[in-house]
Write a protein that binds this ligand. Structure first.
Ligand code: SF4
Ligand code: SF4
Length: 208
């Protein structure tokens, strides 16, 4: 029948229209900004840097390896490694900036980071008049705690914590094994030295 599709479509529209007055899941309009809808867990906006513990400077997981800086498609990350008084790299960022006026929320920085240091935030009310001041986020603006990460992305944060705990355990085992090997080698060297000394002693007695 001609127009059957149109009638069907109109019926769906009418059903949705009527239900939008009494069904909660059909009430898609909210009075923003007075009312705010909590974003879904997978919603992402701009990146932030995760820190562990209470100190947002010392606790930063970032090692300033610059992989994210190299991989960021619009090149909106700028990192400078911190160096000690002898010029040796401390594996800590001195500068970490993200220009969010350029960032396209692609999450590539998160995917390439080997240290689980950078994650996507959900903050969305970030419009500003001044592009160069307010949309250029510095290290202090970007640093947010692991507790915050758990708050906004509980499933992802739990997986990350488990992976980090596993890595820490493997590193501790490797270190313990290396120390045991070193101790065994040292004991072997001492035993060899003692055996050589004893041999020298018995040679000396035989010569007398
Ligand atoms: S989300 Fe994409 S564009 Fe934004 S900083 Fe990360 S890599 Fe760059
Ligand atoms: S956020 Fe990750 S990838 Fe980027 S510099 Fe820090 S440790 Fe390296």
């Amino acid at each position: 029948m001609t127009g059957k599709g149109i009638i069907k479509g109109m019926a769906v529209t009418a059903k949705n229209f009527v239900q939008s007055y009494y069904k909660r899941d059909r009430l898609t309009t909210i009075q923003y900004p007075e009312e705010k809808q909590a974003p879904e867990e997978n919603y992402r906006n701009f990146p932030f840097l995760v820190f562990d513990g209470q100190n947002d400077e010392e606790g930063l997981r970032c090692t300033a390896c610059k992989i994210c800086e190299k991989e960021c498609p619009p090149q909106c990350i700028y990192i400078v490694m911190q160096r000690d008084e002898n010029g040796k790299a401390t594996k800590h960022p001195k500068v970490f900036d993200i220009d969010i006026s350029v960032c396209m929320s692609c999450q590539i920085c998160v995917e390439v980071c080997p240290f689980e240091s950078i994650k996507m935030d959900k903050v969305y009310e970030l419009s500003a008049r001044e592009r160069f001041d307010q949309l250029l986020l510095r290290k202090d603006d970007l640093a947010k705690s692991n507790e915050y990460f758990h708050e906004i992305r509980p499933s992802e944060a739990a997986v990350v914590d488990a992976a980090l705990a596993e890595q820490a355990e493997a590193a501790a085992k490797k270190k313990a094994a290396a120390e045991a090997r070193k101790a065994a080698k040292a004991a072997e060297a001492v035993a060899r030295k003692e055996a050589a000394a004893e041999e020298d002693q018995s040679d000396g007695k035989a010569a007398e």
